[in-house]
Design a protein. Structure first.
Length: 330
C-alpha cells in the first residue's frame, strides 16, 4: 500500500490555455481518478507562485517508448470529474512537448484510446495529425436513426451539427459568440438524451474567410475551457461539410486562450497546429485508496516548487482505464 504522504513529480503545461498536469505513467498512482479530482480543482488544486490560477483541465498520464521509430508516447487523460477522455487535441500537443523535452525527439506517435496520432514539433509549435472526423450518428454517438448528424437541437435559433473528432462535439455556428452565455446553454445539450456518451458543446463564429472564433464547454471539465483542440477541428470539419470553407485551406480558429491552425485535407483528414508552454514543475501528493481525507491543509503549502492538496477527494478505486473512442469512463 502506498504511503499517503508520498509525493510524485508533476509538470504543468498549457496549450493555448488548455492546461494539464503531466505525470510520468511509470510512477505508482493507485487512484488516478481521485488524483485528478483533487489536483485539477480550480478552488483547491495545484498552484504555484508563478501563476494565480489553480487547478487544471486534466491530468495527462504519459509513458514514452523509445524503442519505437519514431518514438511512441502513450497518453491517458483523466479529467477533473475523474472521467477518462478518449482523445484531446491540446493534450496531444502538450504530450508531444513533454516527450520532446525528455528525449529531444521532434517527431513521435501519440497512442490514445481514439487511435494513434502523428506529432511533429517545430520550436514550441506542434502539429498533430488528428485523423478523419466522423459524422455517422452511431459513431458520434447519437441516439437517433437519422443518417445525418445535423440535428435540430434548438439553442434559440441555433442548429447543431454533431461530429466526432476523437471525442464528440455539438457544433453551433453563431453570429455573435460573445452574446451567448455558454455555461447556461451548454449543460442541457451536454446531458441531452440524444448524446448517450455526453458531448462537448462548441460554438463558432465566422470572423473572416478562413477565420473563426471558438468557445467550448467541455464534458469532464463541466465548464468552459480556454481552448479545445478537438473542438477547433470539429469547427473546421463542420465548416467544410456545410460549405463555409474549402478543403486544403488552413484556417485559424481562435479560442479565448490563443490561436490554432486547422486544415481539412481533400481526403477529409485533419491537422491541428498551435503553441505549447511549459508552466512549472512541482511535487503533488499521491492520493491513495487508504487516504479517506487528506490530512494536509486545504491550501497547498509552498515547497521549493509547490504542492497541491485538497481536504476533499473521491476515494474510488481504479484499474487502468481502456476506453473505446466513443466511451468515456465515468
Ligand atoms: N480539451 C480537449 C478535449 C478533452 C476531452 C473532452 N473534455 C471530452 O471529454 O470529450 C481538446 O483539446 O481536444
Amino acid at each position: 500500500m502506498s504511503d499517503e504522504s508520498a509525493l510524485v513529480t508533476a509538470v504543468k503545461y498549457h496549450g493555448t490555455g488548455n492546461d494539464f498536469i503531466i505525470v510520468d505513467d511509470t510512477k505508482e498512482i493507485p487512484n488516478r481518478r481521485a488524483f485528478a479530482k483533487v489536483h485539477c480543482s480550480r478552488d483547491t488544486g495545484v498552484c504555484h507562485e508563478t501563476t494565480d490560477r489553480r487547478g487544471a483541465d486534466g491530468v495527462l498520464f504519459l509513458t514514452i517508448n523509445q524503442q519505437h521509430t519514431p518514438i511512441q508516447v502513450v497518453m491517458t487523460l483523466i479529467q477533473p470529474d475523474g472521467s477518462t477522455a478518449a482523445m484531446c487535441g491540446n493534450g496531444a500537443r502538450v504530450a508531444a512537448a513533454w516527450a520532446a523535452e525528455q528525449t529531444g525527439a521532434t517527431e513521435m506517435m501519440i497512442e490514445t484510446p481514439a487511435g494513434t496520432r502523428h506529432a511533429t514539433l517545430s520550436g514550441d509549435t506542434i502539429t498533430i495529425e488528428m485523423g478523419t472526423p466522423v459524422f455517422t450518428p452511431r459513431c458520434v454517438p447519437l441516439t437517433t436513426d437519422r443518417d445525418t448528424a445535423l440535428i435540430d437541437e434548438q439553442i434559440g435559433s441555433l442548429s447543431i451539427t454533431a461530429v466526432n473528432t476523437g471525442v464528440p462535439h455539438a457544433v453551433g455556428m453563431v453570429d455573435d459568440i460573445d452574446s451567448i452565455s455558454l455555461n447556461d446553454i451548454a449543460p442541457p445539450i451536454r446531458h441531452a438524451d440524444t448524446f448517450p456518451a455526453g458531448v462537448n458543446v462548441t460554438l463558432a463564429e465566422l470572423t473572416g474567410a478562413t477565420q473563426f472564433r471558438q468557445r467550448t464547454y467541455e464534458r469532464g471539465v463541466e465548464d468552459e475551457t480556454r481552448s479545445c483542440g478537438t473542438g477547433a477541428v470539429a469547427i473546421a470539419a463542420v465548416a467544410c461539410r456545410i460549405g463555409i470553407i474549402d478543403t486544403d485551406t488552413p484556417i485559424t480558429v481562435r479560442p479565448p486562450g490563443g490561436a490554432l491552425r486547422v486544415t481539412v485535407a481533400s481526403d477529409q483528414s485533419t491537422t491541428l497546429t498551435g503553441s505549447v508552454e511549459r508552466e512549472f514543475q512541482t511535487e503533488l501528493t499521491v492520493i491513495t485508496e487508504s487516504s479517506p481525507r487528506s490530512t494536509a491543509p486545504t491550501m497547498p503549502q509552498a515547497k521549493s516548487s509547490d504542492s497541491g492538496f485538497s481536504s476533499e477527494h473521491n476515494n474510488t478505486t481504479e484499474s487502468s482505464p481502456s476506453p473505446s473512442q466513443d466511451d468515456v469512463t465515468r
